[in-house]
Design a binder for this molecule. Structure first.
Ligand SMILES: [Zn+2]
Length: 459
């Protein structure tokens, strides 16, 4: 009866929840600036009887909200940050609302509200049935810069949980066993001595030369890393505008990724040596601004299997003619459509996903800070279709669908799946026991070490 009551409540609250997701879509906010989204979500949780802390872990836009008592203690990971320069109207042509403004190109307006929806529905089910159990909604800021959850973990978050659930918007429906890469990011600032490049070159020490030599070193490093390692950089400060002035300062911004945290730390340490070498060669000063890092995602087979089962027994959204036409029009405007078909994620002529695809073990080279949570407690992750099949990641098409009924339906379906998972866990406590055993095995006695040092300030 828990599931029926919780789903009934979700259905009753559906319009309100959809409206909140649209309000967050209308007000896209970048990492650590999610004041509107965190406020509206906190207020809703309060009105639903949750104990709410906005500003959790000293991060103004982080939330911890809980309801219930005793076990199982289940965490839902909400996110609500947008991406820069992706402002876009709901429509089938690329038209920004505000030129150069932010937009929900990863669908996090849906992500945050799906967890909110699941949280309030689960609360209602627990309350109506008088059941033991605690639901914890974590509002996690700044997923797009991959430091929100690690910073929350640094303050002790997630340890209280028996398990966590993560859902992300997508172009297909699937419980995901595939991992993601861990990452470290840092800015390397070099400071030299400026001089007239022609009249006085021997007195100059070029910061730009240091950046270039560091990049040369890093590019040779690629020959001696494992296949999963990704190293990428941009020069954010090239040190000047005039060739006749020796650049006094220059900055290069790096990401290092790999499928294990250990490999990231190893390669990052070698990169630091290269930076120091570049500074030594050019007689410049080096200042390393470590921006943070996160873990790879550690999938839990027990929870992923459970998600897969519940996804299959929950009806996927039925798409209207209008929605299919909308998606078809979008698919016609992207080369990505054919790639998705070739990858076997959809059939030719299909424009919106309907079925639940088989679980994939395929790792993804992108990173998510859900990885940190997955190294603290058993974590299950899944995706549902909230976009046209061909929508490229972080694109205007994702923004458009995330403000459309297509995205909203996929979001509610995701919330229904999370309610179903809670129901299964309440009925069979051995699921969590098995998930925990598996987690302990995978960790092999290793402790989670927060990738963000204690002294790194909150951005
Ligand atoms: Zn995302």
């Amino acid at each position: 009866m828990f599931r029926k009551k919780a789903l009934g409540y979700l259905n009753k609250k559906r319009e309100e929840l959809v409206r909140i997701s649209k309000e967050i879509w209308d007000e896209p906010e970048l990492a650590y600036d999610e004041y509107f989204a965190s406020k509206i979500i906190s207020e809703y949780l309060k009105s639903e009887g949750f104990e709410v802390e906005l500003g959790y872990a000293d991060i103004p836009t982080a939330i911890r909200a809980s309801y219930g008592s005793g076990g199982p203690v289940v965490g839902l990971l909400g996110e609500y940050d947008a991406l820069p320069r992706l402002s876009q109207k709901v429509g089938t042509s690329q038209v920004p609302i505000k030129e150069g403004g932010p937009g929900h190109g990863c669908g996090h307006n849906l992500l945050g509200v799906s967890k909110l929806a699941a949280a309030v529905a689960i609360k209602e089910g627990l309350q109506q049935e008088g059941l033991d159990g605690t639901i914890v909604f974590y509002g996690c800021p700044a997923e797009e810069v991959l430091t929100g959850k690690p910073l929350m973990a640094r303050a002790g978050a997630f340890k209280e949980l028996d398990m966590a659930l993560a859902w992300h918007p997508s172009n297909h429906n699937m419980a995901r066993y595939g991992s993601n890469t861990a990452v470290n990011s840092a800015k390397f600032h070099f400071k030299g001595i400026t001089a007239h490049a022609a009249a006085d070159p021997h007195n100059g020490r070029s910061a730009l030369s240091a950046v270039e030599l560091m990049n040369v070193g890093a590019n040779y490093l690629r020959e001696h890393v494992t296949n999963d390692v990704r190293i990428h950089y941009v020069i954010t400060d090239g040190g000047g505008e005039a060739p006749n002035v020796v650049p006094e300062s220059a900055t290069v911004f790096y990401y290092v990724r790999a499928f294990t945290r250990k490999a990231v730390v190893d390669v990052y340490d070698r990169l630091v040596k290269i930076a120091k070498g570049a500074a030594m060669m050019t007689e410049t000063e080096l200042d390393i601004e470590f921006l943070g890092g996160c873990y790879n995602y550690l999938p839990n087979r027990t929870l992923v299997d459970l998600l897969d089962k519940v996804m299959r027994e929950t009806d996927t959204p039925e798409w209207t003619e209008e929605e299919i036409e909308f998606a078809k029009e979008l698919n016609s405007k992207t080369d990505n459509y054919e790639k998705v078909i070739q990858a076997g994620l959809a059939k030719e002529g299909q424009h919106l996903a309907t079925e639940v695809l088989p679980q994939s073990d395929e790792p993804i080279y992108a990173s998510t800070d859900v990885g940190d949570v997955s190294h603290i407690v058993p974590t299950g992750s899944f995706v549902t279709a909230t976009q046209n099949i061909g929508a490229p990641g972080h694109s205007w098409q994702v923004v458009s669908c995330s403000g459309h009924s297509i995205g909203q339906k996929g979001m509610i379906y995701a919330a229904e799946v999370m309610v179903g998972v809670m129901d299964e866990i309440l009925k069979d406590p051995t699921i969590i026991e098995r998930a925990k055993e598996e987690f302990e095995d995978q960790m092999g006695g290793q402790e989670y070490i927060c990738p963000i040092p204690d002294d790194l300030p909150i951005p």
